[in-house]
Design a protein around this ligand. Structure first.
Ligand code: FES
Length: 114
């Protein structure tokens, strides 16, 4: 009898976000790649990348108000921690977070796909 093993392939994708000059402290930038929104926030000089669509009703989080690492969705006020994507309102609504890299003054997100 032959045993079949299921192997998951993980593909990393580097998504261009913006020039670093557009991400001053307190700012955020959002992009859409292959129909999916992403957002990068500069919190006190540190960059954080998360899903860019609120899990409530998919409003864009880029450009929303931040208070420290907490971003408040402009649509209905749900709050997310941009350092890890955690939703402070509903545990099922956590966002994915992604590594951020800077190359030649361009900010990229490293997104894993399965
Ligand atoms: S769409 Fe974000 S809180 Fe409703």
């Amino acid at each position: 009898m032959t045993k079949r093993l299921s192997r998951r392939k993980s593909i990393l994708q580097k998504i261009k976000i913006a020039s670093i000059s557009k991400l001053k402290p307190g700012k955020s930038v959002g992009v859409t790649n292959l129909g999916k929104k992403y957002a990068v926030f500069n919190i006190d000089g540190q960059l954080y990348g998360i899903d860019g669509a609120c899990k409530h009703m998919k409003a864009s989080l880029a450009g929303s108000k931040t208070d420290g690492p907490i971003v408040t969705c402009a649509m209905h006020g749900w709050k997310f921690d941009v350092t890890n994507g955690a939703c402070l309102n509903e545990s099922w609504a956590n966002l994915k977070s992604f590594p951020v890299v800077i190359e030649d003054d361009i900010v990229y997100l490293i997104v894993g796909e399965e």
